[in-house]
Design a protein around this ligand. Structure first.
Ligand SMILES: Nc1ncnc2c1ncn2[C@@H]1O[C@H](COP(=O)(O)OP(=O)(O)O)[C@@H](O)[C@H]1O
Ligand SMILES: [Mg+2]
Length: 254
């Protein structure tokens, strides 16, 4: 096996171990994500999927190991990486409009003493347009449906214009329109050679959305092309045998 191409590395995790109190939730994870790759992270509830995303952001302390972004160790990845947290981790009742939320994505482009400029407003509008939420610009965020809120947070991440996007379960519990919008964004990010890491709960759609998938349950079981990683035997091991067969595997068999 040849080693990873360092010059092309977007996110590089080496021997990462993370515990909450004394309970280890990630054990010796190593993962190399080349620039321009769209990666899905799959695994059962409590597998540590959100924790691995938070580790890349530098939000959780590491027991051991390292995270590098574009080959640099980072303490604070906020300027380099756009992050959309899992729903339920966001307080939707704060009194801000859709426009305010998306404009937050532009703060990294301004000094504290600079006001937002026409460029920032244009980028925010463009991002809202790409998730089909322009007409809701002046709405309070708390008044939107779950799927609409998800799209607004995706727009904020887009407005940030980061090279790396981390999305924690963007497809969970969304309507069909939002699913299409998010799938479109992944395709668009791919075209722009951005690097996207997506926590995903649906094995059925993984092969459609991702170049590569990670199978995680406290440790890393597999990482590679979806159709290689989503092996029934391995899935049974990681998910504890509680899985139905994947429909695309059955289609291939017939
Ligand atoms: N802040 C925290 N304090 C203590 N335990 C936590 C905390 N966050 C997550 N955990 C625990 O760590 C494990 C992994 O959590 P998480 O990364 O959220 O998993 P996933 O996103 O795969 O469902 C779970 O057992 C969860 O209960
Ligand atoms: Mg999670």
């Amino acid at each position: 096996m040849s080693g990873p191409d360092q010059s092309n590395s977007a996110v590089s995790i080496e021997h990462l171990t993370v515990s909450y109190q004394t309970k280890p939730v990630l054990v010796d994870i190593s993962l190399e994500v080349p620039r321009g790759t769209v990666v899905g992270i799959l695994g059962p509830n409590g597998a540590g999927k959100s924790t691995i995303i938070k580790s890349i952001m530098g939000f959780v302390p590491r027991d051991f190991g390292s995270v590098r972004i574009f080959n640099e160790p980072v303490d604070d990845a906020c300027g380099l990486v756009a992050y959309v947290p899992q729903r339920g981790q966001i307080d939707w009742n704060f009194p801000v409009t859709v426009r305010d939320v998306v404009m937050m994505g532009r703060y990294g482009h301004r000094r504290w003493y600079q006001s937002m400029r026409a460029l920032d407003r244009a980028k925010a509008s463009e991002a809202l347009e790409s998730v089909r939420m322009s007409e809701f610009m002046d709405r309070q965020i708390g008044q939107l449906s779950g799927g609409q809120q998800q799209r607004v947070f995706m727009a904020r991440a887009l407005a940030q214009e980061s090279e790396i996007l981390l999305l924690d379960e963007p497809f969970a519990g969304v309507d069909a329109a939002t699913e299409r919008a998010i799938a479109g964004l992944l395709a668009q990010a791919k075209e722009q050679n951005k690097t996207v890491i997506v926590v995903h709960h649906d094995l059925e759609t993984a092969a459609e959305f991702f170049d590569a998938v990670v199978l995680l349950n406290r440790r890393l079981y597999a990482y590679g092309p979806p159709r290689e990683v989503l092996d029934q035997g391995l899935l049974a091991e990681v998910y504890g045998g509680k899985l139905r067969n994947l429909s695309w595997r059955q289609e291939e068999a017939t």
